[in-house]
Design a protein around this ligand. Structure first.
Ligand code: AP5
Length: 216
């Protein structure tokens, strides 16, 4: 079973590539961003706090996020887990290591998606997703074939995220460089790190990831 982490700043293409791996390899995507967006709509006090934090672009507390992942790990994964947007801090990385150890599993690879910050603004401000199946689109690079309709499931519920604006993106990038980018060194030292060019065309990025996974 292949358990992998997709690591990269907001807009690097983690969600896009995770969806492809789910379709092609029957892996299970664990996106903490998606889980937190679900929690926001739960109507609970926790959901309200999470919504406030996410709108500004700051990170949600480690304990909340680790709790969400722990719950999902017990549900099992066919072809392995794709951790998308998790871990984002050293504490989360240590917790993930311990959780996988406890299940008698490990990480096959950590794939760092390298991108240029300048490209991220247009990626983030042009993005929209399907509220029903999570398919990811972009106004210019990946528009829906029929405007307003999801190619994958036919839903008309295409949405833009509240944190996909330039102000929140600045905070999200700052959070990434301060708290998440140290994980690059952390996983390099564990001999798990593989870097791919996230600025390449989507199919080329998928091929680069496949090369890493197929090497075992
Ligand atoms: P999260 O939902 O994880 O967002 P993110 O990390 O900011 O990443 P994104 O979803 O914005 O980008 P992506 O890399 O998935 O890019 P995508 O494939 O969509 O987190 C949101 C918030 O939740 C955080 O700010 C935080 O508050 C909280 N949170 C989440 N996890 C947490 C954690 N572990 N700890 C604490 N807090 C947490 O692509 C972007 C666009 O580019 C799309 O339109 C796509 O079509 C396009 N695109 C993709 N690839 C290419 C390509 N190769 N060429 C051209 N266009 C491309």
């Amino acid at each position: 079973m292949l358990n992998i982490i997709l690591l990269g700043p907001p807009g690097a293409g983690k969600g896009t590539q995770a969806k492809r791996l789910v379709d092609e390899r029957a892996m299970v995507q664990l996106s903490t961003g998606d889980m937190l967006r679900d929690a926001k709509t739960s109507g609970t006090e926790m959901g309200r706090k999470v919504a406030e934090v996410m709108a500004t672009g700051q990170l949600v507390t480690d304990d909340i996020v680790i709790g969400l992942i722990k719950e999902k790990l017990t549900q099992g994964a066919g072809g392995g887990f794709i951790f998308d947007g998790f871990p984002r801090t050293l504490k989360q990385a240590d917790a993930l290591g311990a959780l996988l150890d406890g299940m008698g599993q490990g990480l096959a690879a950590v794939i760092e998606m390298q991108v240029d910050d300048a490209a991220l603004v247009s990626r983030i401000t042009g993005r929209y997703t399907c509220g029903n199946c999570g398919e990811v689109y972009h106004d210019i690079t990946r528009p829906a074939k029929v405007s307003g309709t999801c190619d994958a499931c036919g839903s008309h519920d295409l949405r833009r995220r509240v944190d996909d604006n330039e102000d929140a993106l600045k905070t999200r990038l700052m959070e990434y460089y301060k708290k998440t980018s140290p994980l690059i060194g952390y996983y390099y030292a564990k001999d798990k790190l593989h870097s791919v060019d996230g600025l390449a065309e989507m199919d080329h990025v998928s091929q680069a990831i496949a090369k890493v996974l197929d090497k075992g």
